[in-house]
Design a protein around this ligand. Sequence first.
Ligand code: PLP
Length: 404
Amino acid sequence: MSDMAVTRELFDQVMVPNYAPAQVIPVRGQGARLWDQQGREYIDFAGGIAVNCLGHCHPALVSALKEQGEKLWHLSNVLTNEPALRLAKKLVDATFAEKVYFCNSGAEANEAALKLARRYAIDNFGPEKTQIIAFTQGFHGRTFFTVSVGGQAVYSDGFGPKPADIDHVPYNDLAALKALISDRTCAVVMEPLQGEGGIISPEPAFVQAVRELCDQHNALLVFDEVQTGVGRTGALYAYMDLGVTPDILTSAKALGGGFPIGAMLTTTKIAAAFKVGTHGSTYGGNPLACAVAEAAFDTVNTESVLKGVKEREAWYREGLDAINAKYGCFKEVRGKGLLLGCVMNEQFQGRARDFLLAAMEEQLMVLIAGANVVRFAPSLVITKEEVAEGLARFERAVAKVVNG
Ligand SMILES: *Cc1c(COP(=O)(O)O)cnc(C)c1O
Protein backbone atom coordinates (compact mmCIF):
# COMPACT_ATOMS: atom_id res chain seq x y z
CA MET A 1 0.00 0.00 0.00
CA SER A 2 2.62 2.53 1.06
CA ASP A 3 4.47 2.46 -2.26
CA MET A 4 1.27 2.98 -4.29
CA ALA A 5 1.75 5.88 -6.70
CA VAL A 6 -0.63 8.58 -5.54
CA THR A 7 -1.26 11.17 -8.21
CA ARG A 8 -3.96 13.69 -9.02
CA GLU A 9 -5.18 11.28 -11.73
CA LEU A 10 -6.09 8.78 -9.02
CA PHE A 11 -8.63 11.30 -7.74
CA ASP A 12 -10.54 11.11 -11.01
CA GLN A 13 -10.44 7.32 -10.91
CA VAL A 14 -11.61 6.68 -7.37
CA MET A 15 -13.32 9.78 -5.98
CA VAL A 16 -16.91 10.91 -6.39
CA PRO A 17 -16.58 13.85 -8.80
CA ASN A 18 -18.12 16.52 -6.55
CA TYR A 19 -14.82 18.43 -6.21
CA ALA A 20 -12.22 19.71 -8.65
CA PRO A 21 -9.03 19.83 -6.58
CA ALA A 22 -5.82 21.44 -7.83
CA GLN A 23 -3.06 19.32 -9.37
CA VAL A 24 -0.83 19.95 -6.35
CA ILE A 25 -0.99 17.36 -3.56
CA PRO A 26 0.43 18.73 -0.30
CA VAL A 27 2.06 16.19 1.98
CA ARG A 28 3.37 18.29 4.86
CA GLY A 29 2.61 21.57 6.61
CA GLN A 30 4.28 23.74 9.22
CA GLY A 31 2.87 27.05 10.39
CA ALA A 32 1.63 28.92 7.32
CA ARG A 33 3.71 26.84 4.90
CA LEU A 34 2.91 23.69 2.93
CA TRP A 35 5.07 21.33 0.88
CA ASP A 36 3.84 19.19 -1.99
CA GLN A 37 4.90 15.72 -3.16
CA GLN A 38 7.78 17.24 -5.15
CA GLY A 39 9.02 19.22 -2.16
CA ARG A 40 7.80 22.53 -3.61
CA GLU A 41 6.98 25.01 -0.83
CA TYR A 42 3.81 27.12 -0.64
CA ILE A 43 2.59 29.94 1.59
CA ASP A 44 -0.90 29.13 2.85
CA PHE A 45 -3.33 32.07 2.92
CA ALA A 46 -6.28 29.64 2.64
CA GLY A 47 -5.89 27.93 6.01
CA GLY A 48 -7.90 24.87 5.03
CA ILE A 49 -10.87 27.23 4.37
CA ALA A 50 -10.72 29.14 7.67
CA VAL A 51 -10.04 25.95 9.65
CA ASN A 52 -6.32 25.92 10.48
CA CYS A 53 -6.54 28.88 12.86
CA LEU A 54 -3.11 28.12 14.29
CA GLY A 55 -1.51 27.08 11.02
CA HIS A 56 -0.31 23.56 10.31
CA CYS A 57 0.99 21.29 13.07
CA HIS A 58 0.96 23.90 15.84
CA PRO A 59 2.93 22.38 18.76
CA ALA A 60 0.07 22.84 21.26
CA LEU A 61 -2.33 20.92 19.00
CA VAL A 62 0.17 18.21 18.09
CA SER A 63 0.89 17.69 21.77
CA ALA A 64 -2.82 17.52 22.71
CA LEU A 65 -3.44 15.07 19.86
CA LYS A 66 -0.55 12.81 20.88
CA GLU A 67 -1.39 12.93 24.56
CA GLN A 68 -5.09 12.15 24.09
CA GLY A 69 -4.25 9.66 21.32
CA GLU A 70 -2.48 7.49 23.86
CA LYS A 71 -5.29 7.74 26.43
CA LEU A 72 -8.76 7.42 24.92
CA TRP A 73 -10.16 8.01 21.45
CA HIS A 74 -13.87 7.38 21.51
CA LEU A 75 -16.71 6.43 23.81
CA SER A 76 -19.98 7.53 22.13
CA ASN A 77 -22.64 9.52 23.95
CA VAL A 78 -23.56 6.59 26.17
CA LEU A 79 -20.68 7.85 28.34
CA THR A 80 -19.39 11.37 28.83
CA ASN A 81 -15.69 12.27 28.92
CA GLU A 82 -13.27 14.78 30.43
CA PRO A 83 -12.11 16.65 27.30
CA ALA A 84 -15.72 17.26 26.19
CA LEU A 85 -16.78 18.59 29.58
CA ARG A 86 -13.69 20.78 29.90
CA LEU A 87 -14.21 22.26 26.44
CA ALA A 88 -17.92 22.84 27.07
CA LYS A 89 -17.14 24.59 30.35
CA LYS A 90 -14.61 26.85 28.64
CA LEU A 91 -17.07 27.73 25.85
CA VAL A 92 -19.76 28.51 28.42
CA ASP A 93 -17.39 30.64 30.51
CA ALA A 94 -16.22 32.62 27.48
CA THR A 95 -19.57 33.30 25.78
CA PHE A 96 -23.28 34.11 26.36
CA ALA A 97 -24.04 30.40 26.28
CA GLU A 98 -25.02 28.16 29.19
CA LYS A 99 -25.25 24.88 27.29
CA VAL A 100 -23.23 23.21 24.56
CA TYR A 101 -23.99 20.41 22.09
CA PHE A 102 -21.08 18.81 20.22
CA CYS A 103 -21.06 17.35 16.72
CA ASN A 104 -18.56 16.98 13.89
CA SER A 105 -19.03 19.79 11.39
CA GLY A 106 -20.59 23.14 10.68
CA ALA A 107 -23.52 21.64 8.83
CA GLU A 108 -24.27 19.37 11.76
CA ALA A 109 -24.05 22.25 14.23
CA ASN A 110 -26.54 24.19 12.09
CA GLU A 111 -28.77 21.15 11.62
CA ALA A 112 -28.93 20.90 15.43
CA ALA A 113 -29.61 24.65 15.73
CA LEU A 114 -32.45 24.51 13.20
CA LYS A 115 -34.05 21.47 14.79
CA LEU A 116 -33.72 23.03 18.25
CA ALA A 117 -35.27 26.31 17.08
CA ARG A 118 -38.19 24.47 15.50
CA ARG A 119 -38.76 22.25 18.53
CA TYR A 120 -38.49 25.16 20.96
CA ALA A 121 -41.00 27.24 18.98
CA ILE A 122 -43.47 24.38 18.55
CA ASP A 123 -43.26 23.35 22.21
CA ASN A 124 -43.57 26.90 23.57
CA PHE A 125 -45.79 28.67 21.03
CA GLY A 126 -47.63 25.99 19.06
CA PRO A 127 -47.40 24.06 15.79
CA GLU A 128 -47.84 27.10 13.51
CA LYS A 129 -44.57 28.74 14.54
CA THR A 130 -42.22 27.10 12.07
CA GLN A 131 -41.08 29.81 9.64
CA ILE A 132 -37.32 30.12 9.31
CA ILE A 133 -35.99 33.33 7.76
CA ALA A 134 -32.49 33.33 6.31
CA PHE A 135 -30.52 35.46 3.87
CA THR A 136 -29.78 35.36 0.18
CA GLN A 137 -26.19 34.24 -0.51
CA GLY A 138 -25.96 32.82 3.01
CA PHE A 139 -24.17 29.51 3.52
CA HIS A 140 -24.93 27.09 6.33
CA GLY A 141 -23.64 23.69 5.19
CA ARG A 142 -24.60 20.83 2.87
CA THR A 143 -27.19 18.72 4.65
CA PHE A 144 -30.61 19.05 3.05
CA PHE A 145 -32.01 21.25 5.82
CA THR A 146 -28.92 23.49 5.87
CA VAL A 147 -28.67 23.94 2.08
CA SER A 148 -32.36 24.79 2.09
CA VAL A 149 -31.78 27.47 4.73
CA GLY A 150 -28.68 28.63 2.85
CA GLY A 151 -29.44 31.24 0.23
CA GLN A 152 -27.85 29.72 -2.88
CA ALA A 153 -30.18 27.75 -5.13
CA VAL A 154 -27.24 26.10 -6.89
CA TYR A 155 -26.58 24.12 -3.68
CA SER A 156 -30.18 23.32 -2.76
CA ASP A 157 -32.00 22.67 -6.05
CA GLY A 158 -32.28 19.34 -7.82
CA PHE A 159 -32.76 17.09 -4.82
CA GLY A 160 -36.53 16.90 -4.79
CA PRO A 161 -38.91 18.39 -2.22
CA LYS A 162 -37.17 20.64 0.30
CA PRO A 163 -37.84 21.09 3.99
CA ALA A 164 -40.72 23.56 4.08
CA ASP A 165 -41.38 27.02 5.53
CA ILE A 166 -37.99 28.58 4.85
CA ASP A 167 -37.87 32.10 3.39
CA HIS A 168 -35.00 34.31 2.27
CA VAL A 169 -34.46 38.06 2.22
CA PRO A 170 -31.42 40.02 1.03
CA TYR A 171 -28.67 40.55 3.63
CA ASN A 172 -28.72 44.05 5.16
CA ASP A 173 -32.25 44.64 3.81
CA LEU A 174 -34.16 45.58 6.92
CA ALA A 175 -37.36 46.55 5.08
CA ALA A 176 -37.58 43.11 3.45
CA LEU A 177 -37.07 41.39 6.79
CA LYS A 178 -39.66 43.60 8.47
CA ALA A 179 -42.19 42.81 5.77
CA LEU A 180 -41.72 39.07 6.22
CA ILE A 181 -41.22 38.46 9.93
CA SER A 182 -44.28 37.72 12.06
CA ASP A 183 -45.36 35.82 15.17
CA ARG A 184 -45.17 32.72 12.97
CA THR A 185 -41.41 33.16 12.61
CA CYS A 186 -39.50 30.60 14.63
CA ALA A 187 -35.96 31.77 13.89
CA VAL A 188 -33.85 34.20 11.90
CA VAL A 189 -30.60 32.56 10.84
CA MET A 190 -27.61 34.64 9.77
CA GLU A 191 -23.86 34.74 9.45
CA PRO A 192 -22.53 37.79 11.32
CA LEU A 193 -20.35 38.28 8.22
CA GLN A 194 -21.24 36.35 5.08
CA GLY A 195 -18.24 34.21 4.17
CA GLU A 196 -18.93 31.92 1.20
CA GLY A 197 -21.39 34.50 -0.13
CA GLY A 198 -18.60 37.01 -0.81
CA ILE A 199 -17.18 38.42 2.47
CA ILE A 200 -20.08 40.76 3.18
CA SER A 201 -20.25 42.57 6.52
CA PRO A 202 -23.57 43.41 8.14
CA GLU A 203 -24.49 47.02 8.84
CA PRO A 204 -24.26 47.42 12.63
CA ALA A 205 -27.73 48.99 12.70
CA PHE A 206 -29.08 46.06 10.69
CA VAL A 207 -27.87 43.49 13.21
CA GLN A 208 -29.37 45.51 16.08
CA ALA A 209 -32.68 45.73 14.25
CA VAL A 210 -32.71 41.99 13.52
CA ARG A 211 -32.27 41.35 17.24
CA GLU A 212 -35.14 43.71 18.08
CA LEU A 213 -37.46 42.18 15.47
CA CYS A 214 -36.71 38.70 16.79
CA ASP A 215 -37.55 39.86 20.32
CA GLN A 216 -40.82 41.45 19.17
CA HIS A 217 -41.94 38.22 17.54
CA ASN A 218 -40.51 35.65 19.96
CA ALA A 219 -38.25 34.38 17.19
CA LEU A 220 -34.82 32.99 18.01
CA LEU A 221 -31.76 34.68 16.54
CA VAL A 222 -29.31 32.05 15.30
CA PHE A 223 -25.78 33.20 14.46
CA ASP A 224 -23.88 30.85 12.22
CA GLU A 225 -20.31 31.53 13.35
CA VAL A 226 -18.86 28.46 11.68
CA GLN A 227 -16.53 30.66 9.61
CA THR A 228 -16.33 33.80 11.79
CA GLY A 229 -15.87 32.06 15.15
CA VAL A 230 -12.79 31.28 17.22
CA GLY A 231 -10.87 34.47 16.65
CA ARG A 232 -11.25 34.83 12.90
CA THR A 233 -12.56 38.42 13.00
CA GLY A 234 -10.42 39.49 15.96
CA ALA A 235 -13.05 38.75 18.62
CA LEU A 236 -13.45 35.26 20.06
CA TYR A 237 -16.85 35.25 18.31
CA ALA A 238 -17.94 37.95 15.88
CA TYR A 239 -21.14 38.70 17.84
CA MET A 240 -18.96 40.12 20.62
CA ASP A 241 -17.98 43.07 18.41
CA LEU A 242 -21.51 43.68 17.15
CA GLY A 243 -23.24 44.53 20.41
CA VAL A 244 -25.86 41.85 19.74
CA THR A 245 -26.20 38.50 21.47
CA PRO A 246 -27.75 35.57 19.60
CA ASP A 247 -29.95 32.89 21.17
CA ILE A 248 -28.14 30.07 19.43
CA LEU A 249 -24.61 30.15 18.01
CA THR A 250 -22.91 27.53 15.88
CA SER A 251 -19.17 26.98 15.69
CA ALA A 252 -16.99 24.55 13.72
CA LYS A 253 -14.15 25.10 11.22
CA ALA A 254 -11.47 26.80 13.43
CA LEU A 255 -12.92 25.23 16.59
CA GLY A 256 -10.81 22.10 16.08
CA GLY A 257 -7.90 23.91 14.43
CA GLY A 258 -7.88 21.16 11.78
CA PHE A 259 -9.52 18.31 13.66
CA PRO A 260 -13.22 17.79 12.83
CA ILE A 261 -15.56 19.14 15.49
CA GLY A 262 -18.66 21.34 15.63
CA ALA A 263 -20.61 22.86 18.47
CA MET A 264 -23.97 24.47 19.05
CA LEU A 265 -24.17 26.95 21.92
CA THR A 266 -27.36 28.20 23.55
CA THR A 267 -29.09 29.11 26.79
CA THR A 268 -30.45 26.72 29.40
CA LYS A 269 -34.02 27.79 28.62
CA ILE A 270 -33.79 27.04 24.91
CA ALA A 271 -31.66 23.92 25.37
CA ALA A 272 -34.48 22.43 27.46
CA ALA A 273 -36.45 21.79 24.26
CA PHE A 274 -34.01 18.94 23.54
CA LYS A 275 -34.89 16.05 25.82
CA VAL A 276 -33.01 12.76 26.12
CA GLY A 277 -33.12 11.25 22.64
CA THR A 278 -34.45 14.29 20.73
CA HIS A 279 -31.21 14.67 18.81
CA GLY A 280 -27.75 13.12 18.80
CA SER A 281 -24.50 12.17 17.09
CA THR A 282 -22.32 9.08 17.50
CA TYR A 283 -19.04 10.95 17.22
CA GLY A 284 -20.26 14.21 18.80
CA GLY A 285 -18.12 15.10 21.83
CA ASN A 286 -15.44 12.60 20.80
CA PRO A 287 -12.58 12.88 23.35
CA LEU A 288 -9.83 13.13 20.73
CA ALA A 289 -11.62 15.96 18.89
CA CYS A 290 -12.44 17.77 22.13
CA ALA A 291 -8.88 17.49 23.46
CA VAL A 292 -7.49 19.09 20.29
CA ALA A 293 -10.25 21.72 20.29
CA GLU A 294 -9.53 22.53 23.91
CA ALA A 295 -5.88 23.18 23.08
CA ALA A 296 -6.91 25.33 20.09
CA PHE A 297 -9.39 27.25 22.21
CA ASP A 298 -6.87 27.86 25.02
CA THR A 299 -4.34 29.13 22.49
CA VAL A 300 -6.69 31.38 20.50
CA ASN A 301 -8.67 32.79 23.41
CA THR A 302 -5.85 35.01 24.64
CA GLU A 303 -5.45 38.74 24.33
CA SER A 304 -2.21 38.37 22.40
CA VAL A 305 -3.67 36.14 19.66
CA LEU A 306 -6.92 38.12 19.33
CA LYS A 307 -5.07 41.46 19.25
CA GLY A 308 -2.63 39.91 16.82
CA VAL A 309 -5.50 39.25 14.39
CA LYS A 310 -6.21 43.01 14.15
CA GLU A 311 -2.50 43.68 13.69
CA ARG A 312 -2.28 41.10 10.91
CA GLU A 313 -5.40 42.53 9.26
CA ALA A 314 -3.52 45.84 9.01
CA TRP A 315 -0.51 44.10 7.38
CA TYR A 316 -2.81 42.53 4.80
CA ARG A 317 -4.79 45.68 4.09
CA GLU A 318 -1.64 47.74 3.67
CA GLY A 319 -0.09 45.17 1.32
CA LEU A 320 -3.25 44.61 -0.69
CA ASP A 321 -3.92 48.35 -1.02
CA ALA A 322 -0.37 48.82 -2.32
CA ILE A 323 -0.85 46.03 -4.88
CA ASN A 324 -4.17 47.51 -5.94
CA ALA A 325 -2.67 50.99 -6.24
CA LYS A 326 -0.32 49.53 -8.87
CA TYR A 327 -2.67 47.23 -10.74
CA GLY A 328 -6.12 48.68 -10.02
CA CYS A 329 -7.96 45.37 -10.37
CA PHE A 330 -9.95 45.41 -7.13
CA LYS A 331 -13.02 47.48 -6.37
CA GLU A 332 -12.33 47.15 -2.65
CA VAL A 333 -10.71 45.03 0.03
CA ARG A 334 -13.40 44.06 2.54
CA GLY A 335 -14.05 41.81 5.50
CA LYS A 336 -12.82 41.80 9.06
CA GLY A 337 -9.84 40.46 10.95
CA LEU A 338 -8.30 37.61 8.97
CA LEU A 339 -11.35 36.98 6.82
CA LEU A 340 -10.64 39.34 3.94
CA GLY A 341 -11.81 39.58 0.36
CA CYS A 342 -10.46 41.39 -2.69
CA VAL A 343 -13.46 42.27 -4.84
CA MET A 344 -12.98 42.27 -8.62
CA ASN A 345 -13.66 45.57 -10.36
CA GLU A 346 -15.71 45.84 -13.60
CA GLN A 347 -12.80 44.79 -15.79
CA PHE A 348 -12.21 41.50 -13.94
CA GLN A 349 -15.80 40.42 -13.30
CA GLY A 350 -16.08 36.67 -12.76
CA ARG A 351 -12.32 36.14 -12.77
CA ALA A 352 -11.45 35.54 -9.11
CA ARG A 353 -10.49 31.97 -9.99
CA ASP A 354 -7.83 33.20 -12.44
CA PHE A 355 -6.15 35.00 -9.54
CA LEU A 356 -6.33 31.83 -7.43
CA LEU A 357 -4.72 29.75 -10.19
CA ALA A 358 -2.03 32.35 -10.85
CA ALA A 359 -1.29 32.49 -7.10
CA MET A 360 -0.89 28.70 -7.00
CA GLU A 361 1.70 28.98 -9.78
CA GLU A 362 3.53 31.53 -7.63
CA GLN A 363 3.44 29.04 -4.71
CA LEU A 364 0.69 30.77 -2.78
CA MET A 365 -2.62 29.21 -1.69
CA VAL A 366 -5.62 31.56 -1.62
CA LEU A 367 -9.40 31.02 -1.70
CA ILE A 368 -12.28 32.51 -3.59
CA ALA A 369 -15.75 33.41 -2.33
CA GLY A 370 -17.94 33.31 -5.41
CA ALA A 371 -16.68 34.33 -8.84
CA ASN A 372 -15.77 37.89 -7.89
CA VAL A 373 -13.89 37.71 -4.61
CA VAL A 374 -10.40 36.42 -3.80
CA ARG A 375 -10.59 35.38 -0.16
CA PHE A 376 -7.88 35.13 2.49
CA ALA A 377 -8.40 33.12 5.69
CA PRO A 378 -4.86 32.47 6.92
CA SER A 379 -3.54 31.24 10.25
CA LEU A 380 -4.32 33.68 13.05
CA VAL A 381 -0.67 33.47 14.12
CA ILE A 382 0.90 33.81 10.66
CA THR A 383 4.22 35.65 10.95
CA LYS A 384 5.03 39.04 9.45
CA GLU A 385 7.63 37.40 7.23
CA GLU A 386 5.07 34.87 5.93
CA VAL A 387 2.52 37.61 5.21
CA ALA A 388 5.14 39.70 3.40
CA GLU A 389 6.43 36.77 1.34
CA GLY A 390 2.87 35.63 0.53
CA LEU A 391 1.85 39.13 -0.55
CA ALA A 392 4.96 39.39 -2.75
CA ARG A 393 3.86 36.17 -4.44
CA PHE A 394 0.30 37.49 -4.70
CA GLU A 395 1.58 40.63 -6.40
CA ARG A 396 3.39 38.51 -9.02
CA ALA A 397 0.16 36.55 -9.56
CA VAL A 398 -1.87 39.75 -9.91
CA ALA A 399 0.68 41.12 -12.41
CA LYS A 400 0.37 37.95 -14.49
CA VAL A 401 -3.43 38.12 -14.60
CA VAL A 402 -3.57 41.86 -15.26
CA ASN A 403 -0.90 41.75 -17.98
CA GLY A 404 -2.61 38.73 -19.57
C1 PLP B 1 -18.18 26.17 6.15
C2 PLP B 1 -19.46 26.68 6.68
C3 PLP B 1 -20.50 25.81 7.05
C4 PLP B 1 -20.42 24.32 6.83
O1 PLP B 1 -19.46 23.72 7.62
P1 PLP B 1 -19.06 22.18 7.32
O2 PLP B 1 -18.09 21.87 8.41
O3 PLP B 1 -18.49 22.15 5.95
O4 PLP B 1 -20.29 21.38 7.42
C5 PLP B 1 -21.63 26.35 7.63
N1 PLP B 1 -21.75 27.67 7.81
C6 PLP B 1 -20.77 28.54 7.45
C7 PLP B 1 -20.97 30.01 7.71
C8 PLP B 1 -19.61 28.08 6.87
O5 PLP B 1 -18.66 28.94 6.48
